[in-house]
Design a protein around this ligand. Structure first.
Ligand code: ADP
Ligand code: MG
Length: 352
């Protein structure tokens, strides 16, 4: 499987036929396996092919810093440090600073110090298990973003003995931002990057119209609806992905509630966030999934008008689709049944 996918690495160059006598737009596409997922990137323009190779190299470089399963990564060094202070790269210091800020803002719903728990549940190694209560309690004693110290100027990090970092909820978002930046720097004006469900958009489609990004229905393989978007990130977190069925027959998802030590059961089955930064969108999609619909709506209203404003589509276990006001005219539910279950969240709403 891996080999077949690696064969796809070679950039496929295609010329797409122009219409009405317009000049043809050159498009290039590349795929790679990185960050534990299948990544495809498509870009338009004469610079596209070379730029995509640079973007792919950038993603691989970041993966080498942040993979918890690679013993040579910076994050693995931190997780082995047992309380020793270690100097890290500007990339790692920057992402950790952002992650700690998001942890504080989300009341710990997003927490990069979740590693002892993700490891106990077997998610990084994909050797899934349900840890006994006593083990969950022991892990919880080591989880908590405030235990991690970061000196931004010196770029030094101290992870206490027993604690650990996991950037799984944010790394693909940052990689998407970095890859998009690579493309823009190379002169690419139109590109769509799909990092295993994290969509990162550069500009508009080559024909100058917005992209239409499909959101998967968490209850099956169908599309729930589509969002019109441009120059931003559209990131979805869901319990339908990377889960496992325990010997008790229960399905356990990979997004954990840092307060309970167990897979988040907030009544949501999927959260899509839309905002300029892929890093922010990624952290938020994980955090809002843990929070549940009510807290997520409150959080969205508080963020409105700030530099960290965002829009969202929440899907509940009962099949309701909650769309934040800013997306009201950009979200199209698939089919009448879903349209009937779509509700717009208003900024002015009170009394939750
Ligand atoms: P995906 O990786 O499927 O796109 P997410 O962005 O929601 O989904 O990230 C989930 C990953 O983040 C988990 O696999 C784990 O590595 C990590 N994680 C799990 N729970 C949390 C949490 N509450 N806060 C921060 N990271 C988390
Ligand atoms: Mg995330």
């Amino acid at each position: 499987m891996r080999n077949i996918l690696l064969l796809l690495l070679a950039a496929l160059l295609c010329s797409c036929g122009g219409q009405n006598g317009k000049p043809k737009t050159k498009e290039a596409e590349t795929s790679l396996l990185a960050m534990g997922t299948y990544i495809t990137m498509r870009a338009a323009g004469t610079e596209a092919e070379g730029a995509l190779q640079q973007a792919a190299a950038e993603i691989r470089r970041l993966e080498k810093l942040w993979s918890v399963t690679d013993p040579d990564s910076e994050i693995s060094a931190l997780n082995r440090a047992q309380g020793r202070t270690i100097q890290v790269s500007p990339e790692t210091a920057g992402l950790l600073a952002f992650a700690l800020r998001m942890a504080e803002k989300t009341g710990g719903a997003f927490d990069p110090s979740i590693y002892p728990l993700t490891a106990a549940w077997g998610f990084p190694a994909q050797e899934y298990r349900v840890p006994p209560e006593s083990e969950i309690a022991a892990c919880l004693a080591h989880v908590g973003w405030a235990r991690i110290s970061l000196d931004k100027t010196a770029r030094t990090v101290t992870v206490p003995d027993g604690a650990g970092l996991d950037f799984g909820g944010i790394a693909k978002g940052r990689a998407g931002d970095a890859a998009a930046e690579c493309l823009r720097r190379a002169g690419v004006r139109s590109a769509l990057l799909n990092l295993g469900g994290n969509i990162q958009l550069v500009g508009q489609r080559p024909d100058g119209t917005p992209w239409n990004i499909g959101i998967r229905d968490p209850s099956g393989r169908e599309i729930l609806g589509a969002v019109q978007a441009e120059s931003c990130a559209v990131v979805t977190s869901g319990s339908y992905e990377r889960n496992f069925t325990g010997t008790d027959g229960q399905v356990y998802g990979h997004i954990l509630n840092p307060h309970t030590g167990r897979p988040a059961e907030s009544g949501l089955t999927s959260v899509t966030t839309v905002t300029g930064s892929g890093t922010l969108a990624d952290a938020l999609s994980t955090a809002l999934f843990v929070m549940g619909a009510e807290k997520a709506a409150r959080f969205w209203r508080q963020a409105a008008g700030t530099p960290e404003a965002f829009e969202m589509v929440l899907v509940t276990r009962t099949g309701d689709i909650l769309v934040s006001e800013g997306l009201a005219h950009r979200f199209s539910p698939a089919g009448e049944e879903r349209a009937a279950h779509t509700h717009i969240l208003r900024l002015a709403e009170t009394g939750e």
